[in-house]
Design a protein. Structure first.
Length: 372
């Protein structure tokens, strides 16, 4: 991994062999996780020792900051309710968002397709407590404009944390993103690379009220560190910007092929892996709540590809494309399939497995071995 040659153009859906490297791996729970308690001291000494060793390797690689970012529908405003309220009472919006995230999303989803506060706290302690670990919470709405708006917020938050929370020895930032968090990363790499089309994106955002006044300053701060980006179950959507960042895609997949399985009745037992990763592609977006956002989405369609387009979606699904056109991909059989119906609800159709506590050690080992 190293230089990623890319652009802002949306990914093309093909069923031909991938042009990017990929490999197959099977999940093996080397050490069991005690999910009855989320306290570090209640985990086995072997589990603690392995996580601590991985933390040492991360520190040796000068990783000074780790971000955990959830995907679509796991944020603080998945259906745009708080955004509507903001137009009436700006001061009330943060209260609504906090209530949605803490009292609805986190309690309902827990660690299924979601990074909880407890998960991040445990991870930080387990790797030695030396590396700053942060959650970035975004609205998680499922359309272009929301992802553009939240990617700009991500740039601001990341730049500030690099400036205030990065230890003096830190040179690298590890970004872990589930599902459409990967689209935020893709947009950010294009901002950093000043890809053709970025000016148009920012102009659309600015006209819709997004503050980009200090954006160049934030980008310059991020350019001073090295980014290591890991996506979990991210659907192939946006193009990635040129840059010397590392990109690793981890996808729940079963079988020795490079194509995703057919979307049929086997989806109820998650026979072929992550069905959301293969289906939340171009055309699958929801319609934004406000007129301003809907108008912005139409303009963004011309740059980022059709967002809401059911006919186009069904055509795109025919390719059954699993491996994205950017970075290196590891296809992991997480062993979450079952003959018991409907297994899909417990696994979010194979999409919720990555953030489970019992996968923490395996995923961290996979990332450290691959990147460091």
């Amino acid at each position: 991994m190293g230089i990623v040659n890319a652009d802002l153009q949306p990914q093309e859906y093909v069923n031909t062999p991938p042009t990017t490297p990929y490999t197959h791996v099977e999940f093996k729970e080397r050490v069991s996780f005690n999910k009855k308690s989320l306290k570090l001291d209640d985990q086995s000494q072997e589990w603690q020792s392995k996580m601590r060793d991985l933390g040492h390797r991360l520190k040796q690689a000068k990783v000074g900051l780790i971000y955990f970012i959830h995907g679509t529908y796991a944020g603080d405003d998945p259906f745009g309710i708080a955004n509507l309220i903001e137009q009436i009472n700006h001061d009330f919006t943060p209260i609504v968002k906090e209530f949605i995230k803490q009292n609805m999303i986190d309690k309902m989803m827990e660690d299924c397709g979601n990074y909880t506060q407890e998960y991040v706290a445990l991870f930080k302690k387990a790797i030695g407590n030396d590396i700053c670990c942060e959650r970035f919470i975004w609205s998680s709405e499922n359309h272009h404009f929301a992802r553009l708006r939240e990617s700009i917020k991500l740039v601001s938050a990341l730049a500030n944390d690099i400036d205030t929370k990065m230890p003096s020895w830190g040179e690298r930032v590890l970004l872990l993103g589930h599902s459409h968090a990967g689209q935020l990363f893709a947009l950010m790499t294009n901002f950093l690379a000043q890809s053709p089309g970025v000016s148009a994106l920012l102009a659309i955002g600015g006209k819709a009220g997004i503050d980009v006044s200090k954006f160049d300053e934030y980008l310059q701060k991020i350019r001073q560190v090295h980014l290591d980006i890991v996506t979990f179950g991210t659907p192939p959507r946006y193009g990635w910007g040129d840059g010397k960042y590392n990109l690793l895609n981890i996808i729940n997949h079963r079988g020795n092929e490079f194509l995703a399985g057919a979307i049929d009745t086997m989806v109820f037992s998650t026979k072929h892996g992550d069905y959301v990763q293969q289906s939340a592609i171009a055309g699958s977006d929801t319609i934004a709540k406000t007129d301003t956002e809907r108008m912005s989405d139409k303009k963004l369609d011309e740059i980022l590809g059709k967002g809401n387009d059911m006919i186009g979606l069904f055509e795109n699904l025919k390719a059954r494309m699993r491996v994205p056109h950017y970075g290196k991909t590891i296809l992991v059989d997480y062993k979450d399939n079952s003959t018991i119906y409907p297994n899909c609800f417990d696994t979010l159709f194979g999409h919720g497995v990555y953030t489970r506590y019992e996968k923490m050690l395996f995923n961290t080992q996979l990332i450290v071995d691959e990147m460091y």
